[in-house]
Design a protein around this ligand. Structure first.
Ligand SMILES: Cc1cc2nc3c(=O)[nH]c(=O)nc-3n(C[C@H](O)[C@H](O)[C@H](O)COP(=O)(O)O)c2cc1C
Length: 342
């Protein structure tokens, strides 16, 4: 199974991705947080900088956020000129600032409009080397809406359809509707389909495999989001799972507490250095690190107790001292599921 890094606006930028690639492995592709496309296909300099090949040491697929097909086509052409061979379209963002403008997940509301948009965009790149993939939700209020969305998608030559099986109204809460992956109806798709949602640890992945077909006939790849933020070693660990024998492939390769603590420390130091280079002022560096550390702490015993204290830090050395104490006093929770890992 292949794993990719989910786009996470404000977090998985090129600084994060590059530092991640120096400390961890197991990720085949990295999707950029959305690049908003404005009238006339304008894109922010900062967003373009984030995806430009010269700033990325890892394979990045830029993601675009727009509901205007003309702007989308122009933006795709710009990215094609920059050397990209794939662009991903965001049809899943649930943020009210995005959906109030009819973008992101709101594009799933009117299926005729969706069809027209996709028809124009795919039509423009029919005979070019640029491939276009889609990341979407399964509806606005009711998972039953998925049938209609599927019927639209199935008519276009998607490079891949990454499905986060929640409706817009659910935000990121509740359980993903994994049942939509079990129905034979996904076989209507003549393109690969990927799963994304709530894979935080090995036991989640194993359970997901029990209810979805991860053989490659149905789910082609798994995109990891918050789970990978909490456990940056997650993809490496999942890759060791042997589904045939329901156990880890190599008992010698069991993760060690001290190795994982050292890796996380090194990741933190690399991120601090690159944030200091990129952002002006200690506050900006601190707020980015705090956001990430709040995720990491969830992967440690008693981790949440450190989050409050860490949030109070006003200077980098204060944050550093909380982080050091966490690494010394607590244990990495590799998996808190009831899975017997051999
Ligand atoms: C803070 C944050 C930022 C996100 N930014 C984006 C984004 O820019 N583009 C996108 O398609 N999804 C975005 N997402 C959604 C994630 O890519 C992913 O679909 C979601 O977190 C569910 O996967 P998970 O359960 O593995 O985290 C974001 C999610 C979060 C929590």
């Amino acid at each position: 199974m292949e794993f990719s890094m989910a786009p996470m606006e404000g977090i998985t930028n090129h600084l994060y991705r590059n530092a991640f690639g120096e400390c961890y492995s197991g990720i085949r592709r990295y999707y950029s947080p959305f690049v908003a496309v404005f009238e006339g296909a304008r894109m922010k300099k900062r967003d373009l900088k984030d995806v430009l090949p010269e700033n990325n040491r890892l394979p990045v697929i830029p993601q675009l956020l727009t509901n205007n097909s003309d702007d989308c086509i122009k933006a795709c052409k710009k990215l094609e000129e920059l050397g990209f061979t794939e662009v991903n379209l965001n049809l899943g963002c649930p943020s009210p600032t995005v959906t109030s403008k009819g973008k992101g997940a709101a594009m799933l509301r009117d299926l005729d409009d969706l069809r027209s948009f996709l028809s124009a965009v795919y039509g423009a790149f029919e005979n070019t080397s640029l491939k276009i993939s889609v990341k979407s939700r399964i509806g606005i209020t009711d998972p039953g809406e998925f049938e209609g969305i599927l019927a639209v998608m199935a008519d276009f030559p998607l490079k891949e359809w990454i499905i986060h099986p929640r409706v817009l109204q659910e935000g990121y809460s509740g359980k993903p509707h994994t049942e939509i992956f079990c129905k034979n109806n996904l076989s209507k798709c003549k393109f690969p389909v990927a799963y994304n949602g709530n894979i935080y640890q090995l036991s989640d992945y194993v359970k997901a495999r029990e209810v979805m077909d991860f053989s490659g006939n149905c789910v082609n790849h798994v995109m990891l989001g918050r789970g990978l933020l909490i456990r940056p070693y997650l993809a490496e660990n999942l890759a060791k799972w042997d589904p045939e024998n329901s156990k880890m492939q190599d008992s010698q390769s069991k993760l060690s507490q001290s190795d994982e603590k050292m890796r996380l420390r090194s990741f933190y130091e690399r991120l601090t250095a690159s944030y200091q280079e990129e952002f002006s002022g200690e506050n900006a560096v601190l707020s980015h690190l705090k956001e990430l550390a709040a995720f990491w702490m969830q992967g440690f015993t008693n981790g949440t107790e450190y989050i409050k204290e860490m949030r109070k830090a006003k200077r980098l050395p204060e944050l550093d001292s909380v982080f050091k104490r966490l690494l010394v006093n607590e244990e990495v929770i590799i998996d808190d599921g009831n899975l017997e890992i051999i």
